[in-house]
Design a binder for this molecule. Structure first.
Ligand code: BGC
Length: 731
């Protein structure tokens, strides 16, 4: 439909119809208010309002949240279209985060692949499956930068680095949206949560965020910005405050920054109930004031809560709110519906046969398998893995832990994914080894009953030659509302690991979890540690491939693992202090920025991950000691595979801006390359250093490059770096 026709349509709409377009109802509300019989009512992720809409309102609602499947979507759209006065179709939105029915590893795991193409591919498949069930918009990617593993939602993030967050977020958007939104296999992407939600104080979900605008710009914005540049059609506001104003009613964030400066011209949606919650924040006296603040700030759609539908009409009629603000918001929603081709065919995405055919398609499972293998990080290996070389000398292995034969490894935000459709680690190992090996399986601990059976664990260890432990978090311990203050392995799981360690048999720990955990004891006592995160539907097969050595681990952490909780937040790109311990050699000198009881460094740093090979990095070189305005220089290094497996190595380039008008981080990731190397092969790689890499936001919040000295490093992770040299940038 041409835009002029949308304008005509808008003119025909009553004020009430317009306001209803700004409302997103959840499926239970539609169900309660309508006469249709839906076979399920979708997940609920916040307070329910229990309202019943009158028929006139119901058939003017703009969008529906969480309409599970094609059958529901068909029934709802049909009833709606039969009753909507102007023939405006409904939009369906869902959290399709890391897969829809075929579940890929959680985003924090996928990020560890450092592979935007792979992530794009998973998002493409997620959209293919999700759209077949009638969904038009996915609430993903979550581009909130994170530094605090106590926050459960780190599992949805790309980690702690602005560059990776930007690249990977954009890859999700490209994957979900494809080249043409009218393509039936695509979904519109909604980047969230604008802005800074990842900095919730003390890692407690929905808590206060308080940071300078400069910090927001230098670290937190890039993920949202690049998602928008990649074409994301929607932005979701966050639950937190920024500069004391809730994001959902924050004019600076939504109008000045997002629209005027970042150039976003799509639709802005609140988070679940977040407009009403500005009353709880103390930023509005009542619902009426909340509605006024929301619409003035630039919020188009209100998710589930009802301030707009209850108060906007009065606000306009009494002359407090301009109707043009409502027209603007409605127009954006109509445009999105039009871009998706819904005016031509409201049922365009609703296809039960396609749903049947695409969900869990073998090709999707195959991709889930390879992505899980490319996302698991090998954290320790004392010459025990891979098992392939050793398996013939072993008669039996023990597979012990609550996650040994548990399909609950798909992670939070699993859409229509089902635990019982996931390949457990036990099944994966059985698929791999068949009769070649006896596998003695024992859960030892049950998350639900909280029962520990240490005697059974002991017996299973005793009768086996090698122990694989499958420990970690129950999958709902991370994700929304999943904050934790202790970051150990929950429950008495350490006792299971102690039993294995005491036996002096090799113990390989396979971890399933949604966040960095406190692993010092395990690092000291386990023979090997493989961090699988929540690996998704094909987790067990992927892990068997890694443990056996059919796939060589290549993933690297995108979030630091703390030495202990007291160190949090710990992240690699921190600022220098005036009293860095590195400056003083005297170990007993007291007045330094350090702890008395632990090192400053995390246990496993950002960028860290092992493989079954050693890679040797040569001395790197810098092409020049000087970089002029509009010029580039380069840094190069040779890397050799000293091992006997083919492998992939993620080579990382870091730059340090030595001084500036404001202090600069001790290092920042500026580029990386994931290279393949056959045994004995070496490759020389070259990074181009461009001006963009030197930019930052100064005290006036302007993006600048300041003349001065920069140090360059290349290495295998943010800690083990090779110094390339220093150059001077002259403007
Ligand atoms: C979450 C969002 C999510 C929404 C809809 C909220 O509680 O914060 O990330 O998209 O629910 O499910």
């Amino acid at each position: 439909m041409e835009e002029i026709k949308l304008k005509n349509l808008l003119e025909k709409m009553t004020l009430k119809e317009k306001i209803m377009q700004l409302y997103q109802s959840d499926l239970p509300t539609f169900n309660r208010s309508s006469s249709s019989e839906l076979d399920s009512t979708g997940p609920v992720t916040g307070p329910e309002n229990n309202i019943i809409l009158d028929k006139e309102s119901l058939y003017s609602v703009g969008s529906i949240l969480n309409c599970n499947n094609a059958k529901n979507a068909y029934n709802v759209q049909k009833e709606y279209m039969e009753n909507n006065r102007l023939g405006i179709p409904l939009l369906f939105m869902f959290d399709v985060v890391h897969g829809f029915r075929t579940i890929f590893p959680i985003p924090l795991a996928l990020a560890c692949s450092w592979n935007p193409d792979l992530i794009e591919e998973t998002a493409r498949i997620a959209a293919k499956e999700g759209s077949a069930s009638g969904n038009n918009v996915t609430f993903a990617p979550m581009s909130d930068l994170v530094r605090d593993p106590r926050w459960g939602r780190v599992m949805e993030s790309q980690g702690e680095d602005p560059l990776l967050n930007a690249l990977l977020s954009a890859a999700y958007v490209r994957g979900f949206q494809g080249n043409d939104l009218k393509d039936q296999e695509t979904m519109a992407a909604c980047v969230k949560h604008f802005a800074g939600y990842g900095a919730s104080e003390a890692g407690r979900d929905y808590n206060t965020v308080d940071m300078s605008e400069q910090k927001l710009r230098n670290f937190y914005l890039s993920g949202y910005q690049k998602s928008i540049e990649a074409g994301a059609e929607m932005v979701m506001t966050s639950f937190n405050i920024f500069k004391g104003v809730p994001a959902t009613a924050n004019k600076f964030l939504l109008r000045d920054l997002l629209r005027d400066e970042m150039g976003f011209d799509g639709t802005v949606i609140s988070d679940y109930d977040s407009l009403t919650e500005i009353i709880d924040h103390g930023a509005a006296r009542d619902g009426k004031e909340a509605a006024k603040r929301g619409i003035e700030a630039g919020l188009d759609i209100e998710m589930v809560s009802t301030e707009y539908i209850h108060h906007l009409e009065d606000l306009v009629l009494e002359g407090t709110v301009e109707e043009s603000l409502i027209d603007e918001a409605v127009m954006r929603i109509l445009k999105l519906k039009n871009k998706l081709g819904l005016f031509e065919d409201p049922f365009r995405y609703i296809e039960p046969e396609r749903e049947e055919k695409t969900h869990l398609h073998p090709e999707h499972r195959k991709l889930a398998r390879s992505t899980a293998a490319e996302s698991a990080v090998l954290l320790k290996n004392d010459e025990i893995l891979p098992l392939e070389d050793k398996i013939d000398q072993l008669e039996s292995i023990a597979l012990i832990g609550p996650l040994a034969d548990n399909g609950g490894i798909i992670g939070f935000w699993n859409a229509l994914g089902k635990n019982e459709e996931a390949v457990t680690l036990k099944e994966g190992l059985e698929n791999k080894y068949g009769d070649r090996l006896k596998i003695n399986v024992e859960a030892g601990y049950n998350f639900e009953t909280e029962q520990l059976d240490i005697e059974a664990v002991k017996k299973t260890v005793e009768k086996s030659d090698l122990v694989i432990l499958a420990l970690g978090e129950e999958q709902n311990m991370s994700g929304e509302g999943g904050s934790r203050a202790y970051l150990d392995l929950p429950g008495p799981q350490k006792k299971i690991a102690e039993t294995a360690a005491d036996s002096n048999k090799p113990a390989v720990l396979v971890l399933f979890n949604g966040r960095p955990l406190e692993l010092k004891w395990y690092d000291d006592n386990m023979t090997a540690i493989l961090e699988s995160w929540f690996p998704g539907t094909e987790g067990g097969n992927a892990l068997a491939n890694l443990l056996n050595g059919d796939v060589n681990p290549s993933a690297k952490l995108t979030m630091s693992f703390p030495y202990t909780v007291g160190q949090i937040p710990v992240y690699y790109n921190h600022y220098s202090t005036g009293r860095s311990p590195e400056k003083v050699e005297d170990k007993n000198y007291r007045f330094l920025s350090r702890y008395q009881d632990i090192p400053n460094q995390p246990l496993y740093p950002f960028g860290f991950g092992l493989s079954y090979n050693d890679y040797e990095y040569s001395k790197p070189e810098l092409s020049s000691k000087e970089m002029k305005k509009e010029d580039t220089i380069s840094a190069s290094i040779e890397i050799e595979n000293l091992g006997s497996y083919s492998g992939k190595e993620i080579v990382q380039l870091y730059i340090r801006d030595l001084y500036g008008t404001t202090v600069r981080p001790v290092k920042e990731l500026k580029d990386f390359m994931k290279i393949s190397l056959e045994p004995g092969e070496s490759k020389r790689i070259e990074f181009e250093i461009i001006e963009d890499m030197l930019k930052f936001y100064n005290l006036e919040n302007k993006q600048v490059i300041e003349a001065g000295e920069f140090e360059v490093f290349i290495g295998a992770n943010s800690r083990d770096l090779n110094y390339c040299g220093k150059f001077e940038y002259k403007d």
